[in-house]
Write a protein that binds this ligand. Structure first.
Ligand code: FE2
Ligand code: FE2
Length: 211
């Protein structure tokens, strides 16, 4: 950043309601600086779900050889879970389970798990984190891998829960004739599930979110 830019407070606007901090390093920041940043972050946080939707939409048109594109697969997985009566948190996990396909080519479940971690139960988090290995049961024998790799988790309390996610909602969600709900139908669910973090390094002792 040029010297003349880093010391000039930005004009007040809706994104920076208290203006911009003026420190050059955290060691010389003041409480007032941090008030400005926290105020700006409160605005930025409101766009969280919209940014996730933007990223989810990056999966559109990317089939990767599959019968349907990755966005349609995501919508189909979520629609199947919703129509089966699964709760909103589960449906949002289903919707986002493959959102990491673009950035995490070799570990895509980790990306979805990281996004969902503040907002979902331990069980749903484990399911999202491990769905890749459980999904492998349905195709890894075709690509030279061990389809039973999921067996390393037998005995885990979320084993059957995760196996059911893949069996009922993930592996059948490649049907080009299926009518999925549109992404807009899931956005209110995402907003409700992601309204407040349940776990975050920014939660204060009184449960309030500092960030
Ligand atoms: Fe996946
Ligand atoms: Fe999937």
């Amino acid at each position: 950043m040029a010297d003349d830019l880093k010391t000039v407070p930005a004009p007040h606007d809706e994104h920076e309601p208290l203006g911009r901090a003026t420190f050059s390093a955290f060691t010389n920041a003041t409480p007032e600086d941090w008030q400005k940043i926290v105020a700006a972050n409160a605005v930025f946080s409101k766009g969280h779900v919209d940014r996730i939707v933007t990223h989810l939409n990056l999966l559109k048109g990317d089939c990767g050889g599959f019968p349907i594109d990755r966005l349609e697969h995501s919508l189909q997985t979520a629609t199947r879970a919703h129509k089966a009566g699964m709760d909103e948190e589960y449906v949002v996990c289903a919707l986002l389970h493959d959102i990491g396909d673009t950035l995490g080519v070799f570990n895509h479940p980790d990306i979805a798990a990281a996004i969902l971690k503040p907002f979902v139960s331990d069980k749903n988090l484990w399911m999202v984190e491990n769905h890749g290995i459980f999904q492998g049961y349905y195709f890894w024998h075709h690509i030279g891998l061990d389809r039973n790799a999921r067996d390393q988790f037998r005995g885990h309390e979320a084993f059957e829960y995760t196996a059911q996610f893949c069996h009922l909602y993930d592996q059948p969600a490649f049907d080009a004739t299926y009518e999925s709900m549109p992404i807009d139908a899931f956005i209110p669910m995402m907003r409700r599930v992601m309204e407040r973090p349940k776990r975050s390094m920014y939660l204060k002792k009184d449960g309030e979110n500092a960030w």
